[in-house]
Design a protein around this ligand. Structure first.
Ligand code: ADP
Length: 647
């Protein structure tokens, strides 16, 4: 305890000296003296004692007043001559740590001083600790509040202002600012501030060339400056500055600053630590705001596209409750403006749409169908499985295309019909030419060529008429039939062509359930597929024809080792007149109508046809046809889920 400062307040010099000689000096205390309260107060300010020894007898002065004034801050020992119980009580009530009645032994005073100094030190330590804990709690609270705001609030300006206020408050600085980097101009511009005056806020744009800011941006670390006046390029003056970078994706996007303009108070490591936490919060808030803005932008764009598109769009969840129906869909199906959440079957009264969604539930591939509207329009609906959402159908108005197609088919049908008769007659006369007189070699060659060309034209016209009749629904007598017999029949007719190209035409067509169909038309399907396989497979290739039963369906597959079809062409070869243009197909004749006839016939049988192919490796055409069912069913509602077929 030696080295503690003790103030002795006593008007009696003898008493003071007695204490100094017998108690204070031997114990090693530093001593100051006062003879009255005025001197005592002056010493309190100048000497800053750790303890006071105060004699009650100070003449006319009321010594306990000193007790009242300093009791809370300083331990005081009162000495008195009197044995009056009142005076002793009054001194104790006023806060004296000990009262000693003169005469007392030096030992007594020494012990009282030591005890009071000990307890005063522990009180001081406790208070300091409490203050530290309170400050930490305050800091934690401020940081926590900012953190909570960052995740809860989306008003970026509010959050950034909160960050700057917390920075100023926690670092006990005079003012603060948050500046963001404008990459276009290479300047930092003010985004939020606390206590900056108006003139500063108006001109606070700092070039990155500013030495202080440059250091922060290039080192990506906090920078502290103090001592002499710090002058920023913007004429912004301060005595101490702490600037901390705001980082996003390992890049500095801004700077959080606090400064003291008036007080020369410098910043410390603890301030850097707090500021770094706050700048991290600012970075998170800015990143959140950026992501939110980007998402909102995207949402608005999508909303605009959906609102303004002419195509009708309906999206449902997995349980077929409407998630979205754009205005075009609402007007097409007479939906009220907010069908959100309604079951599709309640909101939409259109069989084709309901069937389309029903197919999607059974089989997770894309499906399409034509949808007839009550106002006469025809839509083509394409259903897609939207993972994590449910199903979506996009419906395009194809009424005009349908009408054009009808007119075109009508024209083709009439023209083909009118052309066929004279062509048959020309062909007849060409056939007669060798009979009416001998032809020289060249004439014979011309006749062969003319005959071949006539055959091509007649084949084209027959195909055209075929398509017209199929589309018009003519010649559609449907009877139970065995598809394997149809295939065998067709293959037998084509064996010769395959043999001419030294190809292996192999059949694996076991007896299968009968199906309800048209024999001539189905033979046309098989003829076309095997015929194409022979045509588009080079000499020596293989053609495999297989038939299998899959649930309620028959699956016919024609696989070849031919030239194959590029992915871009695969989706188009079923279009009328579409022929793949390549060096390999150049010399192969055809009308481009075979596969459209195949597709039309298969669809008339409520089946599906598709191709899988790899250029240079061959193609596989698959036809799926429903077998005869004891009870007639609508194939649109048939269960395709057993079949592994691509969309
Ligand atoms: P085409 O009379 O031209 O054969 P199709 O409608 O039957 O007309 O076929 C359309 C196109 O599809 C053909 O021109 C050909 O390019 C391609 N194609 C059809 N079948 C095959 C196949 N087995 N291998 C390769 N390409 C084929």
């Amino acid at each position: 305890m030696s080295g503690n400062r003790i103030l002795i307040v006593d008007s009696n010099i003898g008493a003071r000296n007695w204490i100094i000689e017998n108690v204070a000096r031997p114990a090693g205390y530093v001593i100051a003296e006062a003879t009255n309260l005025v001197e005592a107060r002056a010493q309190l300010a100048a000497f800053q004692p750790h303890l006071i020894v105060l004699a009650l007898g100070l003449g006319s002065e009321n010594a306990p007043r000193l007790l009242h004034d300093y009791e809370a801050a300083l331990p005081i020992i009162v000495t008195t001559m009197h044995r009056s119980a009142d005076e002793v009580c009054a001194a104790q009530q006023a806060g004296a740590g000990a009262v000693l009645i003169k005469p007392f032994e030096p030992e007594e005073l020494m012990q009282a001083i030591a005890r009071l100094l000990r307890s005063s030190h522990s009180t001081r330590d406790y208070n300091a600790l409490r203050q530290q804990v309170e400050q930490q709690a305050q800091e934690f609270n401020a940081v926590y509040t900012i953190g909570k705001n960052v995740t809860a609030a989306l008003d970026i300006e509010e959050i950034l202002s909160g960050v700057v206020s917390a920075a100023v408050h926690l670092t006990h600085s005079e003012e603060g600012s948050l500046m963001l980097l404008d990459h276009d101009t290479d300047q930092l511009f003010l985004c939020a501030h606390k206590n900056l005056d108006e003139t500063t806020t108006q001109r606070l744009r700092i070039r990155v060339t500013d030495p202080l800011m440059h250091r922060v941006l290039s080192s990506q670390r906090p920078v502290m400056q103090s001592g002499n006046v710090v002058k920023l390029q913007s004429a912004f003056l301060a005595k101490a500055i702490l600037a901390v970078p705001i980082m996003a994706d390992a890049q500095v996007i801004g700077v959080l600053n606090v400064d003291n303009k008036i007080a020369a108070r410098t910043f410390h490591e603890h301030d850097v630590h707090l500021m770094t936490i706050l700048s991290d919060y600012a970075a998170i808030a800015l990143e959140n705001a950026r992501l939110y803005a980007a998402k909102e932008n995207e949402r608005q764009r999508l909303e605009t596209i959906l609102r303004d598109t002419q195509d009708a769009v309906i999206v449902t969840d997995a349980k077929q409750r409407i998630v979205l129906a754009n205005p075009a869909a609402c007007s097409a199906f007479g939906l009220n403006t907010e069908p959100h959440g309604l079951p599709l079957s309640e909101a939409v009264d259109n069989r084709a749409v309901l069937d389309l969604f029903a197919q999607g539930r059974r089989h997770p591939h894309a499906w399409h169908t034509e949808i007839q509207l009550s106002d006469g329009r025809t839509l083509r609906g394409q259903l897609s499985h939207l993972s994590g959402v449910g199903f979506g159908v996009v419906m395009q108005d194809i009424s005009q295309l349908k009408e054009l197609d009808r007119i075109k088919s009508e024209f083709i049908s009439t023209a083909s019909h009118d052309l066929r008769t004279p062509l048959t007659s020309i062909r007849g006369y060409i056939g007669l030419l060798p009979r009416v007189g001998p032809l020289n070699e060249q004439q014979q060659d011309f006749v062969v060529r003319a005959d071949r060309s006539m055959n091509n034209i007649i084949e084209l016209i027959n195909d055209l008429l075929n398509i017209s009749r199929i589309e018009a629904g003519l010649d559609w007598e449907m009877l139970p039939l065995d598809l394997h017999k149809v295939i065998e029949d067709s293959a037998a007719g084509l064996q010769q062509s395959a043999a001419e190209k030294h190809q292996m035409l192999h059949l694996n067509v076991p007896d299968a359930s009968p199906l309800l169909g048209n024999v001539q038309r189905l033979k046309q399907v098989v003829d076309n597929l095997i015929g194409n396989a022979i045509k588009y497979t080079p000499e020596g290739g293989h053609i495999d024809v297989t038939l299998s039963e899959q649930g309620n369906f028959l699956m016919l597959r024609v696989r070849d080792t031919g030239i194959g079809i590029a992915p871009a062409d695969q989706s188009r070869i079923f279009e009328k007149f579409y022929r793949v243009q390549s060096d390999q197909t150049l010399t192969i004749s055809g009308t481009g109508l075979g596969l459209s006839i195949v597709q039309a016939i298969v669809e008339k049988h409520d089946g599906r046809v598709w191709v899988e192919s790899k250029e240079g490796h061959g193609s596989t055409f698959t036809v799926l046809l429903p077998t005869c069912q004891p009870v007639p069913i609508r194939v649109r509602q048939a269960d395709y889920s057993l079949l592994a077929s691509p969309a």
